[in-house]
Design a protein around this ligand. Structure first.
Ligand SMILES: [Zn+2]
Length: 304
């Protein structure tokens, strides 16, 4: 089952030719989500040939411009192109009035409904799908900011279709077996393990957003197969990381290691680091599987 993240914008604060500001496209089993919407996100989606009209939801981690300024433009284009399906939108309370004021000021009429869901307190499930869920938890930044976990659950058992067909297995029996249940058929109790392979291990992707290393993000990242963590600075700028409520490469890698994360991607890279080898080197001292994100880079989430 497909589970992929495309890093559309991997830079911090200001967009430069090689690094746009933050946004990511996540496809989990064909359900697609946008995670943050930095300036120019609609062009990045087009460049990467990603279909934004089919997005199911958008998650905005916080109201800093480098995470949200691309949203009005994207929504406006969706409307101009005639989107009809409602769009889920998670974000802080201030997001809705800001968008409403923008539509009013530019005399825009939206062709679809925005199903806005402001966050609550603490860790919370934002969406519970049949086989995946979105969970959010507070990060530690200058303003209210949330991290996001997108994970699989209740994966189906793999039925041997040819065998089931050859025995004329009825639909309801197949469905029960795929859920891993035992079911009475032909006067005998059929166990899922007699007909199916058990499901693969569930996978999880976690996005830290802008943050200092903190317990809440560490808990959310526990056992994740892939973590994208704030890495705005190198260790020599650790005091700036502290002052601006961001993380260094070392801090990101140490947290990933403590949380038992399989793969770490460093992102939100400050434009001051032309050569990111310094960041990578510092992180590799604390975690063995690290990459520095690049715009347009995609990662399949692999069970660790
Ligand atoms: Zn920020």
């Amino acid at each position: 089952m497909h589970f992929e993240v495309v890093f559309l914008g991997t830079g911090a604060a200001v967009p430069v030719p090689l690094r746009s500001t933050t946004s990511q496209f996540v496809d989990i089993h064909g359900h697609t989500y946008l995670v943050d919407a930095g300036e120019g996100v609609q062009l990045s989606l087009r460049k990467n040939k990603l279909k934004f009209q089919k997005l199911k939801g958008v998650f905005i981690s916080h109201m800093h411009g480098d995470h949200v300024l691309g949203l009005p433009g994207l929504l406006s284009t969706m409307s101009l192109l005639g989107r009809k399906e409602p769009l889920l939108l998670w974000g802080p309370e201030e997001l809705r009035p800001w968008l409403d004021a923008t539509w009013k000021a530019i005399h825009a009429h939206m062709s679809f409904e925005l199903d806005f869901k402001p966050w609550g307190e603490g860790e919370e499930v934002l969406l519970e799908g049949e086989r995946h869920r979105l969970v959010s938890a507070p990060a530690k930044h200058r303003i209210p900011t949330r991290a996001l976990r997108i994970e699989e659950h209740s994966l189906p058992w793999k039925l041997d279709g040819l065998q089931a067909k050859s025995k004329d297995m009825p639909f309801h029996v197949r469905q029960a077996l795929k859920r891993g249940e035992s079911v009475l058929w032909n006067d005998e109790l059929q166990e899922a393990s007699m007909w199916c392979k058990p499901p693969g291990k569930t996978r999880a992707y976690v996005y830290s957003s802008d943050t200092r290393p903190c317990e809440s993000v560490k808990r959310l990242a526990e056992g994740a197969d892939l973590l994208y963590h704030d890495c705005t600075f190198a260790e020599r700028d650790a005091s700036r990381a502290k002052d601006t409520h961001h993380s260094t490469a070392k801090e990101a890698a140490r947290l990933a290691n403590q949380a038992g994360v399989k793969q770490l991607v460093l992102g939100h890279i400050s434009t001051r680091y032309r050569d990111t080898g310094e960041l990578l080197g510092e992180a590799l001292a604390f975690h063995s599987d690290v990459e520095v994100a690049m715009d347009g880079m995609s990662k399949i989430v692999v069970a660790g």
